[in-house]
Design a protein around this ligand. Structure first.
Ligand code: G3P
Length: 236
């Protein structure tokens, strides 16, 4: 069965990369959660998509230049009078550790290897390795993770058309490919799988695409619309 990953949590209805969106993804039946991590100035792993606070919070500033205490002052608006704060990755691991859900951690930013080292240290405190997938657009990050902890599943993430992405596997040591739905046919996904690589598609949001991909042999779809995907899967 194709798994359903909640893209930045249940993003369609709740603020992306917030604890609320992650709790709702669990509540509505996602098989996994996808989220983005950056490193703060004081080397904390925080969950946010952009390099800056500007788009998703009421503050501005660059994540890597702020300490976690400074960053915690930023509010993510959820309703007229209610707010969420930018979560630590640790908060999400605590939320998921007693659930069956998988977690796809996407490494963001120019890391210089520090983020990867902090990530491996944090993950070592949880017995969740078999439910974790570490992905990145930056192949160097993907390789570092595998070298630091071979037990972790890694994935090469790309957004444009790549002719034979599996050919990079021998150099960057990834276990799977997260491919953009715009550039992926069922045939192409099958070619990736034939190379013994897991295939996950993002971001699959239209009803017609969700229904289509849920009937294929890909490992997972990553979607903003958890409810629609979960309800569609019941009829597949
Ligand atoms: O990880 C899949 C997808 O989320 C990648 O795109 O822009 O959301 O990081 P983006």
């Amino acid at each position: 069965m194709v798994k359903i990953f909640a893209h930045r949590g249940y993003k369609k209805k709740f603020p992306e990369n917030s604890m609320l969106a992650f709790r709702k993804a669990i509540e509505y039946g996602a098989d996994g959660i996808e989220l983005d991590v950056h490193l703060t100035a004081d080397e904390q792993l925080v969950v946010i998509h952009d390099d800056t606070l500007d788009r998703t919070t009421n503050r501005s500033g660059t994540v890597k230049d702020l300490t976690f205490a400074e960053l915690r002052k930023a509010k993510i608006r959820t309703g007229r009078f209610t707010y969420e704060r930018i979560p630590l990755l640790k908060d999400v691991l605590d939320l998921l550790k007693d659930t069956p859900l998988e977690l796809n951690i996407e490494i963001k930013g120019k890391t210089g290897g520090v983020l990867e080292a902090r990530l491996i240290e944090l993950l070592a405190r949880y017995s969740m390795d078999e439910r974790l997938i570490i992905s990145s657009f930056q192949l160097e990050s993907v390789r570092r993770i595998k070298q630091l902890q071979p037990a972790l599943e890694t994935a090469y993430l790309y957004s444009r058309y790549v002719d034979r992405p599996w050919q990079l596997k021998s150099v960057y040591l990834f276990d799977g490919i997260h491919t953009n739905t715009f550039y992926t046919s069922e045939d192409f996904a099958a070619k990736i799988a034939a190379e013994q690589l897991n295939v996950r598609l993002y971001t699959v949001n239209r009803a017609v695409d969700i229904a289509y991909w849920l009937k294929t042999d890909v490992d997972a779809i990553i979607t903003d619309d958890v409810e629609l995907a979960v309800n569609t899967k019941k009829f597949i």
